[in-house]
Design a protein around this ligand. Structure first.
Ligand SMILES: *Cc1c(COP(=O)(O)O)cnc(C)c1O
Length: 453
């Protein structure tokens, strides 16, 4: 199996190359050259455990990794999950299910992908003998999930920049209380955007990038998307047979990563009747799916901060399918977006998507309402998924974070303080962080001193 760039100007690469590179050299994102069809396999996969299913799924793509190695990667990746089902499907009402994706080490769905990516990077280090330095900026969830994917791994270190005082205390503890020698949480004096700018400059320095074996942690890595496809298949197979064909998956999303994985599973033949893109007030995707207008607005902080995004990086992968893989059209569209901040689609009609948007007041109301009606406590991201559901059809709402990650807002809405033992235990641990300025030179020196070379 080969992987091609959405922009059509880079060579097709193998799975391991696509994982190691992340972004294609022409600036595009990798996708499988042809999509395998899984429709016929679904019967055989019925009843498999999460790891077994994940292994069967990855086998279709990771054709340049031996099955023994792949098996090890998948098995170890999910060892740190605390629920035996990994992604339990819970029925909370008539035609209403929640697929809980928060039983990994950082209690958000990003663990599903970043634990696999950590294992794949580890294999890469063993195979090539070259160390990897992972570098990223975070506004919270991605950074902690990446850190926990790389904890104590040999030949790897991770530097995460986050805005000092602007991530939640729990998120900061998840990044800074690991006790791991290879983890460097850098609390910068500045914003998330300042962090992004520093990272971008460091990556643009080719010599520096090669010297430290720099690797990015963002949602563009193909392995992340593939790892996320698996829980759609798993959730589908956990539904009662009579609910499967007609099911609507509801996906709280910002970067279009999570919901794109569902779309890919659908394209491979998973019979999903509808994928619902659930946004918060940062609603570029909702506007796109209702009007065909994909245009950037200003990011406006919300109660669901991990969805406070106006440029959805994985949108380009969707565009690839929408334009039938025509790289010229994709390059033009992405150029238009870069220049004008918008892409306009005439007569846009979606085969499978629908969408919704909620503002902050609605998030609080929904958390309260879902609790009263179904006795279920949703975190503010998951809450975005419960808007205007037509429950004459079966629904699966993807739950992207544990409510205890956002205790204040959940308590306001329900009167209950959500608790997670994992988060409680963090409170006793020592914080290790490195306060620095948001100057490229300072960050560069810091990394030089610690990454070795
Ligand atoms: C990252 C994140 C999201 C959004 O994920 P996308 O990849 O943008 O779809 C939603 N909820 C939580 C809790 C997250 O951490």
């Amino acid at each position: 199996m080969k992987f091609v760039s959405t922009r059509g100007r880079s060579e097709a690469v193998s799975f391991t190359e696509a994982v190691a590179t992340g972004l294609a050299p022409d600036g595009g994102l990798y996708l499988p050259e042809t999509l395998p069809s899984i429709g016929d396999q679904l019967n055989d996969w019925d009843g498999l455990g999460y790891r077994e299913l994940c292994f069967e799924f990855f086998k279709l793509f990771a054709t340049d990794i031996s099955t023994d190695v792949l098996q090890g990667v998948i098995n170890r990746a999910y060892d740190s999950f605390t629920n035996p089902d990994i992604a339990p499907l819970k029925k909370i009402g008539h035609n209403l299910h929640v697929l809980e994706l928060f039983h990994g080490p950082t209690l958000a769905f990003k663990d599903f992908a970043l634990q696999v990516l950590g294992e794949l990077y580890q294999e890469q280090v063993l195979r090539t003998g070259k160390p990897i330095t992972v570098l990223g900026a975070t506004s919270g969830d991605t950074g902690s999930a990446a850190i926990h994917g790389l904890l104590d791994r040999k030949g790897m270190r991770i530097f995460i920049l986050y805005p000092d005082g602007r991530v939640s205390p729990l998120q900061e503890r998840q990044m800074t209380c690991t006790g791991a020698e290879n983890v460097f949480p850098i609390a910068i004096k500045g914003t998330f955007d300042d962090g992004q700018r520093v990272i971008k400059e460091l990556f643009e320095d080719q010599e520096y990038r090669l010297r430290h074996g720099l690797s990015a942690i963002n949602s563009i890595n193909l392995a992340r998307i593939l790892a996320q496809c698996v829980y759609y298949v798993y959730g589908w197979l956990r539904l009662p047979i009579e609910s499967r064909q007609d099911v609507v998956f509801v996906v709280p999303t910002g970067n279009f990563g999570n919901v794109f994985a569902g779309y890919l599973a659908y394209k491979m033949g998973l019979p999903i009747s509808n994928l619902r893109v659930a946004t918060n007030q940062n609603d570029i995707l909702h506007r796109f799916f209702t009007t065909g207008d994909y245009s950037m607005g200003d990011v406006c902080p919300s109660h669901a901060p991990s969805m406070d995004i106006q440029v959805a990086s994985n949108f380009e992968r969707f565009l690839y399918f929408h334009e039938q893989g025509n790289p010229t059209r994709i390059r033009e569209a992405m150029q238009s977006f870069k220049t004008h901040g918008s892409i306009r689609f005439e007569d846009f009609e979606s085969e499978v998507f629908s969408s919704s948007r909620v503002d902050d007041t609605e998030i609080v109301d929904i958390i309260r309402d879902v609790h009263q009606r179904y006795g279920y406590i949703a975190d503010p991201h998951t809450a975005c998924g419960f808007k205007n559901l037509d429950l004459s059809r079966p629904h699966v709402v993807l739950s992207t974070a544990h409510p205890a990650k956002f205790p204040d807002i959940v308590q306001v809405a329900t009167g209950i303080e959500p608790i997670s033992p994992v988060l409680e235990s963090l409170k006793a641990l020592e914080i290790k962080k490195f306060p620095l300025s948001a100057e490229v030179a300072d960050i560069r020196t810091f990394i030089d001193e610690r990454a070795g070379s």
